[in-house]
Design a protein around this ligand. Structure first.
Ligand code: GTP
Ligand code: SPV
Ligand code: MN
Length: 624
């Protein structure tokens, strides 16, 4: 079936009313549905697409979209012998990552966005972007994509609709969320939904040929938290284009969570099963490209332990009536970093990618399969790099872009939990905070209580990665790994964490830990083997939860006794182990100064209990 058969082509170029002019619109009645159609009409009148396509999420529709993109040169079909149902997209070299400098929170009041966000007055930014969207879909199809984050109708779920002129975005959203007509039934029945509008900003004049990756030099990713809207212009890449992900499930959802008493977090979610079969649920917040997908798919190197994957990037956390913290992964797929994903590091991810995967900006092998740095130890002798140029190992540049990614259904992960999409979620036992720190931060430490844990989360800092524009390697503060994703004032968000903690029963609240897989020796090498061996840290954490192992108090938190870490079968030199847990008082006092400096940027909004934690930290350090 050709895509053209799935909707009615218009007779005129400028559609008047979506509801009148086009087929493909499901006949579902209800006040909510009428409001949706009105909105679609409004956006169509503004963006003047040639066609409107209501996405039903079916297999046939998806196949047709993929085939059309191959025909248009927007996707390369990979060799089905190696990678069935899989495609390679090459983005424009200027559109390869989230653009934080172009991302705005347009709350009514500037102080509600806070100093860590780019704020714009809603009327001002509307006045700026509306002319950009005017006619921006000319010559293109406008897709209407209803989606649910979390199981449709679930108690922790939320729904939205994305309008987009990118078929690549549609197929990606189809993998990353639950798309379909059942969402429209929820909307028709009056369920609240988030409005998201996306245009690559590349209208086509009649007869003008399209390019492989349409985008615009001018980019705007704008969130209106007060009206639950997202408007994204100019980019086709990742979180800039899959608006359900960072824009909705983190920035907008964090605001909904603030108002409703729950948390939208940049966290992976796993079930750890110990050798006795006891199950624990762990969520972990690490900044972008700092190991969430890897930990989410952990294959423990210690015998008897198992990890089941529940989510790899976003978790929604809500205190339950039982006083425990319940968590879901609102997504349905993985949009994971390709480089560094290989047989020796994340075999579960490699297995997940056996087929039905959209790769973006990885290298192409002569046999029609894909490759990226770290997939195998030895690179193939020749490749086509992510920009389409010939490449050999002597080329002296990476073949895949450092932020190249795969988009694949969660259900394909060989160790996905059977109940990963259960509507009610799982009860959390532990929360981990981490980052990429070459110095100072130990392999693992435990918070003394919830407030201390929130203090640790508020102080996460990490060396920059390629997941966003900026200088790779530079240290930046990334509280709760949410710096680019918190939709409101970060100091209020700290306060919200403290408040949510009070809704938990003190003996049932998840315990909080800080981890760092990335500490380096003076010679620049990682001190900890990482990856599957991170299970050894999880093992200690689980024994702390069970109360079967003691921890040693230190100025910065509770540390393991090194003899309590299970190091059977690996060779971590004694000096490295000491270095992994070394606390340098002078550097920690400097970190405390940086914390003070950071807290001061919030004009008195940082909650007093966190200031008290800082004072206590300094006191303990000075006494040490
Ligand atoms: P986003 O999708 O951007 O949010 O990233 P993520 O947090 O899911 O990061 P991911 O798991 O994809 O890891 C990114 C990079 O970190 C890859 O290059 C990995 O190889 C590397 N990495 C992950 N875990 C470890 C570890 O335990 N040790 C070391 N040294 N590197 C790791
Ligand atoms: C991240 O940068 O944290 C990602 C990729 O997970 S994106 O969806 O592009 O934000
Ligand atoms: Mn992420």
């Amino acid at each position: 079936m050709a895509l053209a058969d799935t909707f009615t082509r218009p007779t005129s170029l400028a559609p008047r009313r979506a509801s009148e002019t086009y087929g493909g619109m499901p006949r579902i009645d209800g006040a909510g549905m009428r409001a949706l159609v009105e909105w679609v009409d409004e956006i169509a009148a503004l963006t003047t697409p040639d066609r409107i396509h209501w996405v039903d999420g079916s297999r046939a529709e998806n196949d047709a979209l993929l085939r059309e993109m191959v025909d248009e040169g927007k996707l390369i079909k990979l060799n089905p012998e190696w990678r069935p149902g899989s495609y390679l997209a090459r983005s424009h070299p200027s559109d390869v990552a989230r653009t934080e400098a172009r991302t705005f929170i347009a709350s009514e009041r500037e102080e509600d966005a806070g100093p860590t966000n780019n704020w714009a007055a809603p009327e001002d930014i509307r006045a700026t972007i509306t002319p950009l969207f005017a006619g921006s879909m000319r010559g293109r199809t406008m897709y209407v994509v209803p989606f649910s984050m979390g199981a449709v109708g679930g108690p922790l779920s939320h729904i939205g609709v994305q309008i987009t002129d990118s078929a690549y975005a549609v197929t990606s959203i189809g993998i990353m969320t639950r798309v379909g007509t059942d969402v429209l039934r929820e909307i028709a029945g009056g369920a609240p939904w988030v409005r998201t509008v996306h245009s690559v900003g590349a209208p086509l004049e009649p007869g003008q040929a399209d390019v492989a990756w349409p985008c615009n030099d001018e980019k705007y990713i704008v969130h209106f938290p007060d009206t639950l809207e997202v408007w994204s212009f100019g980019s086709g890449y990742g979180g800039n284009a899959i608006l359900a992900k960072k824009c909705f499930a983190l920035r907008i959802a964090s605001v909904i969570g603030r108002d409703e008493g729950w948390l939208a977090e940049h966290m992976l979610l796993i079930r750890v099963i110990d050798p006795k079969g006891k199950r624990y649920h762990v969520a972990a917040a690490f900044p972008s490209a700092c190991g969430k997908t890897n930990l989410a798919m952990l294959r423990p190197t210690i015998p008897g332990w198992r990890v089941e994957t529940l989510g790899d990037d976003i978790a929604w956390l809500r205190p339950g009536p039982d006083g425990r913290m319940w968590a879901i992964n609102p997504e349905a797929g993985f949009f994971g970093v390709a480089p560094g994903t290989g047989e020796s590091t994340n075999v579960a991810a490699v297995e997940t990618l056996w087929g039905n995967t959209i790769f973006t900006n990885v290298a192409l092998r002569p046999d029609g399969d894909v490759w990226w740095e770290g997939l195998t130890d030895t690179p193939p002798a020749e490749l086509t790099d992510w920009e389409g140029n010939p490449w050999t190992p002597a080329s002296g540049r990476p073949a895949a872009h450092p932020n190249s990614r795969f988009t694949v259904a969660a259900s394909q992960c060989p160790q996905i939990a059977e109940d990963w999409d259960a509507a009610e979620g799982v009860p959390l036992d532990a929360i981990l905070f981490g980052g990429r720190r070459a110095t100072n931060v130990p392999l693992v430490l435990e918070a003394t209580d919830w407030t201390h844990g929130v203090f640790l989360g508020s102080n996460i800092s990490s060396e920059r990665t390629a997941a966003a524009e900026g200088t790779v390697g530079e240290l930046r503060r990334d509280p709760f790994a949410m710096l680019p994703f918190c939709g409101y004032n970060m100091a209020d968000y700290f306060g919200h964490w403290l408040k949510v903690g009070q809704a938990l029963r003190f003996d049932r609240a998840p315990r909080i830990f800080q981890v760092n897989w990335f500490r380096k020796g003076a010679d620049g090498r990682f001190l900890w083997p990482g990856f599957g061996d991170n299970a050894r840290v999880i093992d200690w954490i689980v024994r702390r939860l069970d109360g079967t192992v003691d921890a040693v108090p230190s100025a910065i938190g509770r540390l393991p006794r090194t003899e309590d870490l299970n190091l059977d079968g690996i060779d971590v030199p004694r000096e490295d182990l000491a270095e992994l847990f070394a606390i340098d008082t002078a550097s920690w006092l400097r970190e405390a100064d940086l914390t003070e400096e950071f807290y001061r940027t919030f004009d008195g909004r940082v909650p007093a209990p966190l200031w008290a934690e800082l004072a206590a930290l300094r006191y303990r350090l000075q006494r040490a």
